[in-house]
Design a protein around this ligand. Structure first.
Ligand code: SF4
Length: 443
């Protein structure tokens, strides 16, 4: 009988409710495409199933292709779907592997009967080892009978990753987008982040070790991608001035004409107006910046190492060079009504056109989680999406908190509509649904 070499690589859907931003931002499953490339070179027959874009149900695909192994990744909010799919695959006798960002930091949540391996680093070559029957020496939890063997995670050098096989992305290029940038391909140039903001878990990825790709390889990859929009999914792309300068040189030398999205800190932007102008010239379109707060007390308590003047200067510089700055804010659980209003006023005052608001969420497996444990109002991981209140607010009821949060969102949608941004959005739908949510949550 022919040996079964089929492996199903799975990224579950983000949510099964309408309370999310699917259809507005849809992320290419880059990690799965890298695993796909690696497995093919090892002689396996991988297949990708991304719940964001697939029309065929997961269980139908599983039963149709009958893989001998599945690998499932996702974030905290996808945990229940990851487990559901893993259980389904185990019932069919597959080897089951869990990996990805959530599993890396919260592997204990996956030590279940239907999971065989939990991978706790970015080392995707461990997947091939497992399929060959060889147990990785590190960065894995192995299910043996009724106990688990937990092998310590070690950092991985990002330069060892294979290039993604983007066949799946090209097949679904009508879906993968960042706002109006459609299609939009993902490129990763680093793991983890050198900063230590207290609310963020990204700096603990890769065992807290910042690992950076050779910038020449990054430019080669960009040139090879058949897509005009590139989203650098690094936690902080604008970190090393020299590296960014080299990047600009290489893009210019090669005459590459694309539009780019990246994350960058306000202090870097504020200190580098000339570099920002040059980034605009080579195609930088959106820079996503964690402004976080409109008062110094919160910025300090988040260990952000920036201040309000720096934030204002970053917005001014990007506005003046013509790069869209997407300012990201946190509404803290100690907010009073006036604090929600203050965020809106700051956005208006500084002419910030694009803003995203997250509800303060103590990440699982973090010190903050322990600190907020007694205040948790839900244990449902799907609520760890920054759109739900997961711990009791300090100064008002959960219902009131949601109300002020949704009023802020409604005001921002109306402002966006008036400013003429996101023309592709059905504003009527979003404004109506935010208003409908005003009194719906927290009852
Ligand atoms: S918020 Fe941004 S800068 Fe701060 S640790 Fe996280 S990724 Fe790094």
């Amino acid at each position: 009988m022919e040996e079964n070499k089929r492996v199903l690589l799975v990224h579950p859907e983000i949510s099964r409710t309408k309370y999310n931003f699917s259809g507005v931002i849809e992320n290419e499953p880059l990690e799965l495409e890298q695993i796909y490339a690696m497995l093919r070179s090892e002689g396996y027959e991988p297949d990708i199933w991304d719940g964001q874009v697939e029309k065929e149900a997961f269980s139908a695909k599983l039963r149709r292709i009958k893989p001998f192994a599945v690998y499932i990744c996702g974030r905290t909010r996808q945990e229940l779907f990851m487990k559901e799919y893993c259980r389904d695959a185990k019932e069919l006798g597959c080897i089951t592997m869990i990996g990805g960002l959530h599993a890396q930091l919260s592997y204990r949540r996956f030590l279940c009967g239907y999971v065989d391996f939990v991978l706790t680093s970015f080392n995707i070559f461990h997947i091939a080892d497992i399929l060959r029957g060889k147990e990785p020496k590190d960065s894995v939890c192995i299910h043996r009978g009724d106990r688990w063997c937990i092998r310590k995670a070690v950092p991985f050098d990002i330069n060892e990753l294979p290039l993604a096989d983007r066949t799946y992305f090209y097949e679904h290029s009508d879906r993968y987008r960042y706002l109006e940038l459609l299609p939009c391909a993902h490129v990763r140039t680093s793991f983890s982040c050198p900063f230590r903001c207290s609310f963020c878990c990204r700096n603990r990825m890769n065992c807290g070790t910042y690992s950076v790709r050779d910038i020449g390889d990054v430019v080669d990859e960009i040139a090879s991608i058949k897509c005009d929009n590139i989203y650098f999914i690094d936690d902080d792309f604008l970190f090393d001035r020299k590296r960014i300068r080299r990047f600009i040189e290489l893009i210019r030398q090669r005459g590459i004409k694309k539009r780019y999205v990246c994350y960058g800190r306000a202090d870097f932007i504020a200190a580098e107006p000339v570099l920002m102008k040059e980034l605009k010239e080579i195609g930088f379109y959106y820079v996503l910046t964690g402004l976080e707060a409109t008062d110094g007390r919160h910025l300090d308590s988040y260990n952000k190492k920036t201040d309000l003047l720096i934030n204002a200067e970053a917005v001014r510089i990007l506005n003046s060079v013509g790069i869209n700055i997407m300012g990201m804010f946190i509404v803290d659980l100690d907010f009073e009504a006036k604090d929600f209003r203050k965020i809106y006023k700051w956005i208006k005052k500084h002419d910030l056109k694009h803003a995203a608001i997250s509800i303060f969420t103590p990440e699982m497996s973090s010190e903050l989680y322990e600190q907020y444990k007694s205040r948790l109002i839900t244990r449902d991981p799907s609520h760890w999406d920054y759109l739900h209140v997961v711990a009791r607010p300090a100064k008002m009821s959960v219902k009131k908190y949601y109300m002020y949060y949704h009023i802020l969102l409604a005001k921002l949608f109306i402002k966006g509509w008036r400013d003429g941004i996101y023309d592709f959005l059905d504003y009527g739908f979003y404004i109506k649904s935010v208003l409908k949510n005003l009194f719906k949550f927290g009852g």
